[in-house]
Design a protein around this ligand. Structure first.
Ligand code: THU
Length: 130
């Protein structure tokens, strides 16, 4: 199954009663395993946790280290741009040239790299003097 199909599959499990906006994400780790995440909202923090964050959390919990490729899908008029927090998380766990496929359930697809999503990313190297 492609990463995009896996993202579409897990999207069905999203818990989005507040926004009504279901998102699915699937990634392949550099170790070669697939991890999935969907957005999970809650009444106290209705924005909840994003699908991308869920997939990354699953990867880390399983003991894998980095993202080789990731796909995100939602029922939106155009491929949905990851939120700022997710861009930072992607930059933490993926090299700048890693491809992020953004897709809609209608079949539109946009491929961007992590560097394109977060130019000038803050990373640990900026703390070298501490
Ligand atoms: N959301 C994601 O899961 N990923 C994105 O890339 C954009 C937004 C979720 C968060 C929230 O549950 C809902 O979409 C509306 O913001």
């Amino acid at each position: 199954m492609s990463l995009l199909s896996a993202a579409a599959e897990v999207r069905k499990n999203a818990h989005a009663p507040y926004s009504g906006f279901k998102v699915g994400a699937a990634l392949r780790s550099v170790e070669g395993n697939e991890y999935r995440g969907c957005n999970v909202e809650n009444v106290a923090y209705p924005e909840g946790t994003c699908a991308e964050a869920g997939a990354i959390a699953a990867m880390v919990a399983a003991g894998d280290s980095r993202i080789a490729e990731i796909a995100v899908i939602a029922d939106s008029p155009a491929p949905v741009p990851p939120c700022g927090g997710c861009r930072q998380k992607l930059a933490e766990f993926a090299d700048p040239d890693v491809v992020v496929t953004l897709a809609t359930t209608d079949g539109a697809e946009l491929k961007m790299t992590v560097a394109e999503l977060l130019p000038g990313a803050f990373d640990a190297s900026f703390m070298d003097r501490t």
